[in-house]
Design a protein around this ligand. Structure first.
Ligand SMILES: *[C@@H]1O[C@H](CO)[C@@H](O)[C@H](O)[C@H]1NC(C)=O
Length: 427
């Protein structure tokens, strides 16, 4: 549908518009093609006027990485009915240049829509940031965001976002009583919602100097929980203690850039237990590829890392995961697989592989995607799960230099076929 492409071209962030225009000016063939596209646009509008509603939507986020994404349910601008949409907040558009926007992609018409932001009366909107974490409630009508890095601070703040009946995004700041426990601020933690509580594990915290440089950084190995109904106090459930390697006290070592998913396992007696499954990540010593599961019933960690004789994905951080029906973890990409044991971060690679981890068998299996186009290898994309699919927006395809993206992909977790929902421009 060429008209749709054209509308996105015109709706780019300012720096992208400039580039697209130059491109057309200096390429006569492109200019001719654009003219044909324009003609098709006119024909489409005249012949199929009802289609016009579709393209009056919003603009996609700029090329970026490290924003938060979630699939929510809210009134559609098109129909007014509750429909699923992907919401994306903030992210890093250029080194240190953070996006303030809250964006919306409606999954049924498959179109970006304007998402007017309604600020909190007293606290406004959350400061732009990256590497924060977010979960949604069980009805997917409210998002809860925690922490991240604003560029000058690691706020330990919690915000909620919910669409109103007009489909606007209402942000609210969560105020805690002075006496309440609060999880310390951090970036690149991982979080899940289990039974109406947000569980957050690990991350990284640094002092920020007057010049804005990070120093005295600390990898975190603590596990916190926050009840999403009362939103009254955080509770620390566990913290890694050096030398605590016994099966009863052990757990994942301090790290950031790991992932968290929910495993739901029924035992022989028919008893169902939910686990927070933590995979991979990185600390000063290097990258990890271990699997740990927090048993919410027994309140302790179980080491689910398969033995070395079994196939295992390369060590990594900032990868993308889904957990269809709590039965298996699906893994896409990330950054890691270092070429050397020393200086692992400097010698890391950007990954585009697919894996599946069976929670019951506790085994990994490498997956080949179905034939067809697939996304480039990348890390730190904004990702979310929706009805047995994994949605992936943007991210970075270059380790080090920064090759941010703005394309949107959907992976069918049954067939492992990729669909490109929105073709990005390189920015
Ligand atoms: C995924 O593929 C299956 C099998 O072809 C299909 O039934 C299902 O609708 C697909 N899901 C999506 C979201 O396209």
């Amino acid at each position: 549908m060429p008209w749709r492409e054209t509308s996105y071209l015109l709706g780019r962030e300012p720096n992208c518009i400039g580039r697209a225009r130059n491109w057309a000016t200096f390429h006569p063939v492109a200019a001719v093609l654009l003219s044909i596209l324009g003609l098709l646009l006119v024909v489409t509008v005249v012949v199929v006027p009802t289609e016009w509603v579709e393209i009056s939507g919003g603009t996609p986020p700029a090329c970026s990485k490290g924003g938060v994404a979630a699939v929510m349910s809210g009134p559609s601008r098109g129909t007014g009915e509750a429909e699923p949409f992907l919401s994306i907040f903030s992210g890093d558009a250029k080194h240190g240049e953070l996006i303030a926007a809250t964006k919306k992609y409606e999954l049924l018409p498959q179109a970006w829509r304007d998402f007017e932001v309604v600020p909190d009366v007293n606290f406004g909107t959350p400061e732009p940031r990256w590497k924060s974490v977010a979960v949604v409630d069980s009805s997917a009508t409210r998002l809860f965001m925690f922490g991240g890095l604003t560029g000058t601070a690691y706020p330990a703040d919690v915000w909620t976002m919910a669409p109103d009946e007009d489909g606007n995004a209402i942000w609210s700041f969560v105020e805690f009583e002075g006496s309440a426990a609060v999880a310390p601020g951090r970036k690149a933690a991982a979080a899940v919602n289990i039974g109406g509580t947000m569980l957050v594990f690990g991350g990284k915290w640094c002092e920020i100097s007057k010049k804005g440089k990070e120093k005295h950084c600390k990898e975190l190995g603590d596990l916190w929980t926050l009840d999403l109904e009362s939103l009254s106090t955080w509770e620390k459930l566990w913290e890694f203690a050096e030398g605590s390697s016994s099966p009863d006290t052990g757990g994942p070592s301090p790290r950031h850039g790991h992932s968290a998913t929910v495993a739901t396992i029924e035992d022989e007696q028919g008893r169902v237990t939910d686990y927070m499954v933590v995979f991979a990540g990185r600390a000063d010593a290097g990258y990890y590829n271990d699997v740990w599961a927090w048993n919410t019933r027994a309140r302790k960690w179980e080491d689910w890392t398969p033995g070395s004789a079994h196939p295992t994905p390369a060590k990594r951080d900032h990868h993308h995961v889904a957990s269809p029906q709590g039965k298996r973890m699906v893994l896409f990409g990330g950054r890691g697989d270092p070429d050397t044991e020393k200086h692992q971060h400097k010698n890391s690679n950007v990954l585009g592989d697919l894996w599946e981890f069976d929670y019951k068998k506790r085994k990994w299996e490498a997956i080949q995607p179905s034939a067809g186009r697939k996304p480039s290898a990348r890390f730190l994309a904004d990702f979310a799960e929706h009805e047995e699919t994994l949605l992936v927006f943007g991210g970075d395809e270059e380790s080090g230099k920064g090759g941010r993206l703005d394309d949107l992909w959907q992976l069918n977790l049954t067939t492992y076929a990729w669909t490109e929902l929105h073709q990005g421009l390189r920015c």
